[in-house]
Design a protein around this ligand. Structure first.
Ligand code: AHM
Ligand code: MG
Length: 334
C-alpha cells in the first residue's frame, strides 16, 4: 500500500527538489497548519464548546467580532510568536501589526491572516476557513507596518484551511498548489491532491446577486449575459453558487472551476471593494494563478497592486481564466 504523504514530508521533499522551503519557512507552515488543527477543533465543538455567538467588540473594520474570530486570532498569535521564524504578524482582527515579543528570537518572515473568514456562517454551521499569506521581511533593523506593504507577487507562501465536512489545507510556495486533508485519527494533514488545476472555461459564477442594483455597468453586463444562458450571447446555461465564505467559494473554484466576484459597488463608492487586499485577495490570487486561473481587481492583476495600507480593500474577480479575462475586458473597454 502506498504510504501517505504527510505535510511535513511534503515540505521536506519540496525543499530537496527546488530549495523553495528553507527550514524557517517550513517551521512557519507547520505551525500555521497546527494552529488550523486547533481552530478546526474549536469550530467542530460549536455550541458544546461555548464558542458560538458574538463577542462584545468590533474590529478595525468596524465589524462586530464573533467569539471564534477572536479565538482563532489568539490561536495563530500564540502558536507563531515563539518559534523564531517570524518578525511580526498582521491580522484582519488587529488594528496594527503584532511584533514578536523581545523575549523570543526574531525570524525573517512576516505572516498575515484572516483568522476566520466567512464569520457570518459560523453560527449556522456552514463552511468557514483561515486564510494566510507569508512575506519576507525586508533587510534592515526592526520591523514596521511599512515592511508589510509589499505587492502580492512578493509572497513566498500562501494558503487557506477550510473547516467544512472535511478540514482541508491548500498551499502554494510558488510551485503549484497542493491540498492536504486532516486525518483526525492520526492528527496530521495528509496530501490528497497535487498540482490542482482550474479549468479555463466554466459555467458557474459566484457573486452576491442581492447587490445587483449597486453594481457598475460592466459587472451587470457580464452577469446579465450569463443569466440569458443558451439563448444569450454566451450560448450556454450558467449555474450560480454563493456561500458567503470566500475561502469556501475559492475552494470550490480550485476544485472544479468557476468565477468569483466581489466587485466595487455604489453602496460605499469611496471603498475600492469589500474584501481586504493583503490577507484575503493576495493569497487567494496567488493560489488561483498557481492553479492556472487568473485574478484581477476587474482591471489589473491583483498581485501587481502596491498596497498603501495594511487593511486596504480591493475589488476581486478570480477563477477560470477565460471568464476573468472577459470581465476584465468589459471593464477596460468601458
Ligand atoms: P469576513 O472576513 O468578515 O468573514 O468577510 C469576508 C466575507 C467573504 O468570505 C465573503 O465572500 C463575503 O464576506 C460575503 O459578503 P456578503 O455577506 O456581503 O455576501
Ligand atoms: Mg475574511
Amino acid at each position: 500500500m502506498a504510504s501517505k504523504i504527510s505535510l511535513t514530508r511534503y515540505l521536506v521533499e519540496e525543499q530537496r527538489v527546488d530549495g523553495s522551503i528553507p527550514a524557517q519557512l517550513r517551521l512557519l507552515l507547520e505551525v500555521v497548519a497546527r494552529s488550523c488543527k486547533s481552530i478546526s477543533h474549536a469550530v467542530n465543538k460549536g455550541a458544546l464548546g461555548g464558542v458560538l455567538g458574538t463577542a462584545e467588540s468590533e474590529n478595525i473594520q468596524g465589524e462586530v467580532q464573533k467569539k471564534l474570530d477572536i479565538i482563532s486570532n489568539e490561536v495563530l498569535i500564540e502558536a507563531n510568536e515563539w518559534g523564531g521564524h517570524l518578525a511580526a504578524m498582521a491580522s484582519e482582527e488587529m488594528e496594527g501589526i503584532y511584533l514578536v515579543p523581545n523575549r523570543y528570537p526574531q525570524g525573517e518572515y512576516l505572516l498575515l491572516f484572516d483568522p476566520l473568514d466567512g464569520s457570518s456562517n459560523i453560527d449556522v454551521n456552514v463552511s468557514i476557513g483561515t486564510i494566510f499569506s507569508v512575506l519576507k521581511k525586508p533587510e534592515g533593523a526592526g520591523v514596521s507596518e511599512q515592511d508589510f506593504l509589499q505587492a502580492g507577487c512578493k509572497q513566498v507562501a500562501a494558503g487557506y484551511c477550510v473547516y467544512g465536512p472535511q478540514t482541508t489545507l491548500v498551499l502554494t510556495v510558488g510551485s503549484g498548489v497542493a491540498m492536504f486533508t486532516l486525518d483526525r485519527e492520526q492528527g496530521s494533514f495528509v496530501l490528497t491532491q497535487e498540482k490542482m488545476r482550474i479549468p479555463e472555461d466554466t459555467k458557474e459564477f459566484a457573486i452576491n446577486m442581492s447587490n445587483m442594483r449597486h453594481w457598475d455597468a460592466p459587472v451587470k453586463r457580464y452577469i446579465d449575459e450569463c443569466l440569458q444562458g443558451k439563448d444569450g450571447p454566451r450560448g450556454k446555461d450558467f449555474n450560480m453558487r454563493w456561500i458567503a465564505s470566500m475561502v469556501t467559494d475559492v475552494h470550490r473554484i480550485l476544485t472544479r472551476g468557476g468565477i468569483f466576484m466581489y466587485p466595487w459597488d455604489k453602496r460605499e463608492p469611496e471603498k475600492p471593494g469589500k474584501l481586504r487586499l493583503m490577507y484575503e485577495a493576495n493569497p487567494m490570487a496567488w493560489l488561483v494563478e498557481q492553479a492556472g486561473g487568473a485574478a484581477t481587481n476587474c482591471r489589473e492583476r491583483i498581485l501587481d497592486i502596491a498596497p498603501g495600507k495594511l487593511h486596504e480593500r480591493v475589488s476581486v474577480c478570480l477563477g477560470s481564466k477565460n471568464e476573468v479575462e472577459r470581465v476584465t475586458r468589459y471593464h477596460v473597454e468601458g
